[in-house]
Ligand binder design. Structure first.
Ligand code: CTP
Length: 483
């Protein structure tokens, strides 16, 4: 087992600079936390935390001098910390401290402390390791809680009694689950029990920090693992009750439906194999979110969830607002995918007209490919024959989408007749009728009654104007038939 890391420190001159700065200031200096963990796990990292027994700010200032003009120093006076941005790396400098937390706040009361005090107040054994940068012990690992052993056994464990570590900073309950999911580790049983016992404390954590951790879980290879830990610990019920509502199977006359929670997790894992787009992953999480609210039992048809896609889409803005996720086009994108997620399947039937395909392409626009990805991820059948059939159906739908788009170009629909043109042709003032004519032209194109081209659209505009009691001005009257 590696115990000395001095060879690694040759990889980046910053370590020697910090070591020299520590010597000049006569303070012991260490690399600490996530960087040490990731170094041992061989996960490359560009964030390096340094701790010294003294002033972190003074150390950072000294290191910045060593690094020269390229180094950008930021001092956080209130926190007693400083950061240096240098050549794509982020270095953070703190003085070792003892912290104790107040019951109703995650802001600690901070006092200076020893390296050991500092390690004691960290979240997990694997994050509490330090490597010395002092001359006489350069590269030596300081691992008071045997984090190395936990790394080997792939375990998340708190350094102190879990209740102490979690009530000091309840965000750590989410961090435990996030690290377990990212690193594919287990949570040591007492630590997991500690989460169960303290779930209520999550209420003092700001939504932004909760969402940040949740997004990190969502961005892992297999987020279902994290969501199951969230569910079984009781945290999910508190931070995302709409999702726990998906869990469970109701039975009437012996007929059940699938458990929508586990189905959603499967869809999420499936989509993670196909995309790194966080918002497409969110669409997978939310695609069936309104199923419990629309669930009905019919004697003949069994369980139905009519309209869950529309209701789910309607919920998206509130869910985004609650999570403090962006309310811009990213939210609209998720909303659109939730609303349309059943549409491609409805197009599988050969008897479906081109018009239905055209409408879907028009509504999905450039996101039609992502919509197809969501639909593919939505296939969670365990029956290989069925999966094969679904896949070939999707191929068919994709072919029809391509054909319709090549012919009709409705994906980035630009009205072939503009409002200004209508005003000019009929010599009218801006008014509602212009919008009506444009809508009717768009509908005619989507229905396939006319082609998506200027000539046919112009002819239809003349006819529609006349239907609305308008007369084209002289020059357009004469050209309207051959335009
Ligand atoms: N830390 C802690 N409790 C927290 C947050 C952080 O004890 N609530 C400590 C841990 O020792 C952690 C270090 O501060 O390793 C740095 O925190 P952070 O940068 O948030 O996490 P990393 O461990 O570096 O991991 P990642 O970059 O993946 O978030």
């Amino acid at each position: 087992m590696q115990k000395n890391f001095s060879a690694h420190f040759k990889s980046n001159p910053v370590f020697d600079h910090v070591s020299a700065a520590g010597k000049e200031l006569k303070v012991p200096v260490y690399v600490v936390g996530g960087y040490v963990r990731d170094l041992i796990l061989k996960r490359p990292s560009k964030d390096i935390d340094f701790v010294c027994v003294g002033s972190g700010i003074a150390l950072a200032k000294e290191v910045a001098k060593h690094l020269g003009n390229d180094a950008k120093l930021t001092v956080f006076k209130n926190f007693g910390t400083a950061a240096i941005h240098h050549k794509g790396f982020e270095y953070e400098f703190v003085g070792a401290r003892k912290e104790s937390y107040r019951e109703n706040s995650r802001n600690p009361v901070v006092e200076d402390g020893t390296l050991e005090d500092d390690q004691n107040r960290r979240d997990f054994t694997i994050n509490a390791m330090a490597i010395s940068l002092d001359e006489e012990s350069y590269g030596e690992l300081l691992d008071p809680f045997n984090g190395m052993e936990d790394l080997r056994n792939m375990l998340i464990r708190t350094p102190l009694e879990p209740g102490v570590t979690f009530s000091d900073d309840p965000l750590r309950m989410l961090r435990a689950i996030r690290f377990a999911t990212q690193l594919k580790f287990d949570i040591e049983p007492d630590t997991f029990q500690g989460i169960i016992d303290h779930v209520d404390r999550i209420k003092i954590i700001s939504q932004e920090r909760i969402t940040d951790e949740l997004n990190k879980i969502i961005m892992t290879d297999k987020p279902s693992y994290g969501f199951q830990l969230l569910f079984h610990s009781g945290l999910l019920k508190l931070i995302f009750p709409e999702m726990t509502d998906l869990q469970g199977v109701e039975k009437i006359h012996g007929k059940g439906h699938k458990d929508n929670f586990y189905h959603t997790l499967q869809v999420l894992d499936n989509i993670c194999e196909m995309t790194n787009n966080l918002w497409l992953r969110w669409a997978a999480i939310l695609h069936d979110i309104a199923k419990p609210a629309t669930q009905r039992f019919h004697e003949k048809a069994g369980w139905t969830f009519h309209g869950h896609e529309d209701l789910g889409a309607k919920w998206v803005p509130n869910i985004f607002k609650k999570f403090k996720l962006p309310l811009d086009e990213r939210m609209k994108y998720v909303q659109k995918l939730v609303r349309l997620h059943l549409r491609p399947i409805a197009l599988v039937n050969d008897r479906v007209t081109d018009s239905a395909v055209r409408r879907m392409v028009f509504e999905a626009g450039e996101d039609v490919g992502d919509l197809m990805t969501l639909c593919k991820a939505d296939v969670t059948s365990k029956n290989p024959e069925r999966v094969k059939k679904y896949r070939s159906n999707f191929k068919k739908v994709e072919k029809r989408i391509r054909e319709v788009e090549e012919r009709d170009h409705v994906m980035n629909f630009n009205p072939p007749v503009s409002g200004e043109q209508i005003i000019e042709v009929f010599d009218i003032k801006p008014s509602k009728v212009i919008g009506d004519i444009k809508t009717e032209i768009k509908e005619a194109i989507l229905d396939g009654r006319i082609k998506n081209d200027e000539k046919e659209a112009f002819e239809l505009m003349i006819k529609l104007g006349q239907k609305h009691g308008l007369t084209p001005v002289e020059k357009y009257l004469s050209t309207s038939s051959d335009k």
